[in-house]
Design a protein around this ligand. Structure first.
Ligand code: IVH
Length: 710
């Protein structure tokens, strides 16, 4: 390839870039991929290689730039040619009617028939407003809103957002400014916070803050890993598109490859707008991203310009804000848990309270700084909400309700599990137990190792791990692979059949793809995504273990902290010994080419639901381990519940409901007469559940359909 003529190489590079961006669009915007991950990776690899050999063809709009580039030292100011205004708010249908009356009055009597203004309604995405300008079809500058007049140039970071087009198709306008919102999906937020908690890093309070924090990174590779999404909803100079209505502007954006929200709707008259608002409010808990309201815009651009702007917002639009889902309750106690990296995490226990339709009784308080910053004391009355609509969090304390009996909380000076010393490192929010052999660390490490996204050993949930530890049958992860059915049968509540099942599940996990093993090892900073990247790069545990920090840093998305902890992990003799015993037991350690090709396409179709010993999520939060972050798609006719109901339950348990089967689908629930989705799941190797299996899973998560659980 590289030996072709310069012209041939240039053409091949251009073709690859176009092809890859087309697949990015299919995958990230249309949610309808055409090729497998492995095929996609092949194209990327070829492009990366050609670009490395031919720096003369470098181009900022190459898809290879989406993984990040040079680290910035600051963000340059960008003056918005047209100010980024905010929206006026309404909080009730009465206020929407008043808005409509203002619009009609502003347009003058007789300009339109009473009640006949056409509006476009859109979800109000709870993210960060951005403005992109394209020159001759290429992304030129991407900026934050800033104070509305001047924003920050974050182009390098925005390039990493996969759904943002880096170049526009032929025939695009010479100049185009498009505005929209960058957001973090609820599931990605939940996953990110879990990883941060494990790493002893401060967690984000909500998806919006997480998106903002991710965009304001000086290192674009960090932004790239955060998997942000975007929706576009405004063109400040619609003449660039030659359209007469806002609706057509949105359609034109879509045609140019921009992600435009699928829930936008045309409404004639304010009564239709109010009905649409109710519909959207009902759909809200089931959406994969957070919305904080609905935006209503006059459709006709000519009418828009007649109405004009006030100093801070357009007169032709309004935001209907939804109330936050909050509740007040009493904080009964603060308990401390030890995680698998030894981090001590304080958690609030409160009087059970219903927030957004789900009963919650517990919330993580993250670390002592968080408790002090919010001045949370035992006995306080506190306001609770569910961040990302999922994870319970303490918003604030009702200080005026104190009666003096409240007690301040202090982190323990010794580990609550093993009584070893605890330390708090300079610059770290977390307090850690220093004892490598701390039973809590071992227990949490084993639970993680066997969990569904890791080695997926069905039947080895928290309770089984506890029993194995109590009986002294396992002391590290390798011991799992030396367990016999006879040994298991000595445990409480384990009969011949469940022992045989567990042995079989352990056996099956030996042939897992190597990225699962890398993730299962619980290396600090190595989440599921990073495990796949490492598997893709190194192919095997041996190759990964042999890589020093410098070699690890060559991997595009690996930063210093990751390189350090990976290298540390494999230097530790205890870990090396466990890995040797895993290999001797026959656990697949990966092999160059094989693991490489497979790391992306993770549809192993095992359908194993972890934690099958039926105890659900031990932490009592609103989400359930089997559902958290998982995408469920429903097809066919369900007999015991409506599809929408099923989707809402999935969401309330921390999962996502998808509408089409893609490789990021975790489960397809197939009712009667399932059709093409079932076939597609088969092709992609997605786990398929019957309605009964799904209901069983709900039961394990504490949802019983018969007792009116929803
Ligand atoms: S239109 C001139 N549409 O909400 C009109 N804004 O509170 C510009 N937002 O600054 C805004 N979803 O960041 C519009 N569908 C939507 C939106 C939306 C979210 C944000 C945007 C804006 C803020 C105003």
């Amino acid at each position: 390839m590289s030996s072709g003529s310069p012209e041939g190489v240039r053409e091949r590079i251009a073709r690859l870039r176009q092809e890859i961006e087309r697949h990015n669009h299919r995958y990230y915007v249309l949610d309808d991929p055409l090729i497998s991950d492995a095929e996609y990776d092949g194209l990327m690899r070829e492009l990366r290689q050609l670009e490395a050999e031919h720096p003369e063809f470098d181009d900022d709009t190459s898809p290879t730039r989406r993984v990040g580039g040079a680290v910035a030292t600051g963000f340059a100011p960008v003056v918005h040619e047209i100010a980024m205004l905010s929206l006026d708010n309404a909080f009730s249908s009465g206020e929407l009617e008043a808005f409509d009356a203002r619009v009609r009055k502003g347009l003058g009597q007789g300009a339109v028939d009473a009640g006949a203004v056409e509006y476009v309604v859109e979800p109000k995405i709870d993210g960060l407003g951005i403005s992109l300008s394209y020159v001759r079809g290429r992304l030129d500058v991407g900026a934050t809103r800033g104070d509305g007049a001047v924003g920050e140039n974050i182009t390098s970071n925005l390039r990493t957002v996969r759904s943002i087009p880096l170049s526009l198709p032929e025939g695009a306008p010479e100049q185009l400014t498009a505005r929209g919102e960058v957001y973090m999906a609820k599931a990605d937020f939940v996953r990110l916070n879990a990883e941060r908690a494990e790493a002893g890093e401060a967690e984000f309070a909500n998806p919006r803050n997480a998106a903002a924090g991710s965009l304001r990174q000086f290192d674009p590779s960090v932004t790239s890993r955060r998997r942000l999404g975007a929706f576009f909803y405004y063109v400040p100079r619609p003449e660039q598109l030659g359209v007469a209505t806002h609706w057509d502007a949105l359609q034109a954006l879509k045609g140019l490859g921009f992600p435009v929200n699928g829930l936008i709707k045309k409404c004639r008259g304010i009564a239709e707008v109010i009905a649409a608002a109710e519909e959207l409010a009902a759909a809200r808990p089931g959406l994969p991203y957070e919305i904080d309201g609905m935006v209503v815009k006059v459709n006709d651009l000519e009418l828009q310009s007649r109405l004009g702007f006030t100093s801070h917002s357009p007169r032709w639009a309004i935001a209907l804000k939804y109330p936050a889902q909050q509740a007040v309750t009493r904080l009964l106690n603060i308990v401390v848990q030890v995680g698998r990296t030894g981090v001590l995490t304080p958690a609030a226990q409160f009087e059970p309270v219903v927030v957004g339709g789900v009963t919650v009784s517990r919330a993580s308080l993250h670390n002592i700084d968080y408790i002090r910053a919010k001045d949370i004391r035992i006995g306080d009355k506190v306001t609770i909400q569910r961040a990302g609509d999922v994870i319970p969090e303490v918003v604030s304390v009702l200080v005026q309700e104190r009666d003096g009996s409240e007690r301040e909380f202090f982190m323990p000076e010794r580990c609550p599990e093993c009584d070893s010393e605890v330390v708090r490192e300079e610059g770290e929010a977390a307090t850690r137990c220093v004892n490598f052999a701390c039973p809590a660390r071992l227990r949490e490490g084993l639970i993680h190792f066997a969990s569904r996204d890791a080695m997926d050993i069905e039947g080895m949930g928290p309770s089984m791990v506890e029993r194995l530890l109590d009986a002294g049958l396992v002391r590290d992860v390798a011991d799992i692979y030396y367990l016999t059915a006879e040994q298991l049968m000595t445990l409480e509540r384990v009969g011949e059949r469940s022992a045989a099942n567990l042995v079989a599940a352990i056996e099956r996990s030996k042939s897992n793809k190597v990225h699962r093993l890398i993730f299962a090892l619980g290396i600090r900073h190595v989440g599921e995504n990073m495990a796949k990247i490492l598997a893709n790069e190194f192919g095997s545990i041996d190759a990964l273990a042999a890589a020093d920090q410098a070699r690890l840093l060559e991997v595009p998305t690996v930063g210093r902290a990751i390189a350090e902890s990976v290298a540390d992990f494999f230097r530790t003799e205890q870990n090396r010994a466990a890995l040797r015993r895993l290999a001797e037991a026959g656990v697949s350690m990966g092999s160059g080419a094989k693991a490489k090709a497979e790391a992306g396409a993770d549809g192993d179709g095992s359908g194993g639901a972890g934690d099958a010993d039926g105890e659900g999520d031990a932490d009592g939060g609103a989400e359930a381990a089997e559902f958290a972050g998982k995408t469920f798609v429903f097809t066919g006719t369900l007999s015991s519940l409506k599809r929408q109901q099923a989707e809402e339950i999935v969401e309330s348990l921390g999962g996502k409901a998808g509408s089409s089967v893609t490789k990021s689908t975790d489960y397809l629930v197939a009712g009667a007469d399932a059709g093409s989705k079932l076939a597609r799941a088969g092709q992609l190797g997605i786990a398929v559940l019957s309605e009964q299996e799904f209901i069983k899973m709900l039961r394990r998560a504490g949802r019983n359909l018969t007792d009116g659980g929803e």
